[in-house]
Structures are given as structure tokens and as C-alpha cells.
Design a binder for this molecule. Structure first.
Ligand code: 1GP
Length: 240
């Protein structure tokens, strides 16, 4: 499975991608078969797994259970190095570019090397940019960084391009899990216009209309977590 190649191909063909984000601390493994039945009837193309924390170290167990249910690519979206499991297909190798905390710019990445250097996980270098979604998120707390204001389009754009210029293969604009305000249409449009690498957008997207808006503005891949956690019926709106 070459995850990045497929994302690039989809971008070239203007095929939009949707990742369902599963928080290992929140998913009910007893319900996983019926959850994935709904996933497979929907336009979902990727499964992301991760959360800001994994206090009980359940990620490994959860990924193993997910792999039994689906052939969709399973990509780790880790809050920290402890969430790495070899059972997934790939990993977003994140640098928190909007913050100035060295722990999440480079330190966690160095700590992860022993788990990744002989691994078959596909590594996806990703510039991760927190944007103010009008809600204090776990990522802000854990990373001890502030998101960039939505009005500061220029800083958001320059941060995204600094990511591209330093060799990231993906840029992820993140309003935060459960954000009140998703990343604006304007921001997505401006970043998309200037960026050559694929653009991921997530945080606070909870309707088909919002999803379409993000796609139309230029997101190549949209990530949705909370809306599915709150109501699995949302999958029905996103039927293939
Ligand atoms: C969070 O971007 C993801 O990291 C998804 O956010 O849970 O708000 O969909 P939601």
C-alpha cells in the first residue's frame, strides 16, 4: 500500500478524500463491526487513529481491532510517541509548525525514531498547523501552544509554505477536535492556491455542507471525528 502515492494521484484527478478519525480512548470495541459497516457504505477513504492522549495505552489494541474490520488504509495520527503501533499502515509524522514548543517541533520526532527506523509503517512528513476554532482544545493544552487566529491568513499561509519548503509532504490545517468554528473557506482557498503538496483540513466539520465547502475551497483530504462519535447516522448523509 502506498498511501502517499494514492493521495497524490487523488489530488491530480481531483478525487476528494475523507478520513474518519477514531480516538482510541473513545471507541467502543463492542460496536466496531457495525461502525465499520457504516464506514464502508460511506465515501470514507482513510481511517486515522489518534488522540491527544492515550492514558491506558489502548492504541495498539484498537488498531489491531480496526485492521480486522477494514481494508482502508489505517494511518496513525499520534498525540505522542507512545501511540505508535506497527499494526497500522502509515503514520502522519507531525511537526507542530504553528507552535514554538521544541517538544512537538522535533523532540517527540527524535524519540520516535527507535520505533520507526526498522518499521514497515509508511512515514508521511506532515506540517501541522493549529488554527483558532473558538474552543480550547486538548492539542493546545497538551502541546502548550496557541493556535493562529483565523484572521491571520498571511501567517497561516507562510507557515504552510515554510512546511512545504522544508520538505513536508502534507500540510494539515487543524481547527481542533470539536471546534466551534471550522477552518474558514478563505484560509483553505488561499493556502490551496499557493501550496503544491496535498492539503488536509480538519476540526469542527459536522455536516455534509461543511464537508463540501472544505472540498470546494481546495481541501484534498478532510478529517472528521467528533461528528461520527456523536451520531453514527451522519454516515448516512455521506453515502457512496
Ligand atoms: C481533530 O481534525 C480532527 O484532530 C477532527 O476534528 O473531531 O472536530 O471532527 P473533529
Amino acid at each position: 500500500m502506498n498511501i502517499y502515492k494514492n493521495i497524490l494521484l487523488a489530488k491530480k484527478e481531483n478525487r476528494k478524500l475523507l478520513a474518519v478519525l477514531i480516538d482510541p480512548e473513545k471507541i467502543d470495541l463492542n460496536n466496531i463491526a457495525s461502525f465499520f459497516e457504516k464506514v464502508h457504505q460511506s465515501i470514507t477513504t482513510h481511517i486515522f487513529v489518534g488522540g491527544s492522549t492515550d492514558k491506558d495505552s489502548v492504541t495498539d489494541k484498537v488498531v489491531a481491532a480496526i485492521k480486522k474490520e477494514t481494508h482502508l488504509p489505517v494511518v496513525l495520527f499520534p498525540g505522542d510517541v507512545k501511540q505508535i503501533t506497527q499494526k497500522a499502515d502509515g503514520i502522519l509524522f507531525l511537526s507542530l509548525l504553528s507552535g514554538r514548543n521544541p517538544e512537538y517541533l522535533i523532540e517527540q520526532q527524535i524519540k520516535s525514531v527507535p520505533f520507526l527506523k526498522d518499521s514497515s509503517l509508511e512515514i508521511l512528513p506532515t506540517g501541522y498547523i493549529l488554527i483558532d476554532g473558538q474552543k480550547d482544545t486538548a492539542t493546545q493544552k497538551v502541546s502548550n501552544t496557541k493556535p493562529i487566529a483565523q484572521e491571520n491568513t498571511e501567517l497561516i499561509l507562510n507557515t504552510a509554505l515554510a512546511g512545504e519548503f522544508s520538505g513536508k509532504k502534507l500540510i494539515y490545517l487543524e481547527a481542533g477536535s470539536g471546534a466551534t468554528e471550522a477552518v474558514s473557506h478563505i484560509i483553505i482557498t488561499v493556502v490551496k492556491k499557493n501550496l503544491n503538496i496535498p492539503l488536509i483540513v480538519g476540526g469542527g466539520i459536522r455536516s455534509k455542507k461543511q464537508l463540501e465547502n472544505a472540498f470546494n475551497a481546495g481541501a484534498d483530504l478532510v478529517v472528521i471525528g467528533t461528528a461520527f462519535e456523536n451520531d453514527e447516522a451522519f454516515f448516512k448523509d455521506l453515502k457512496k
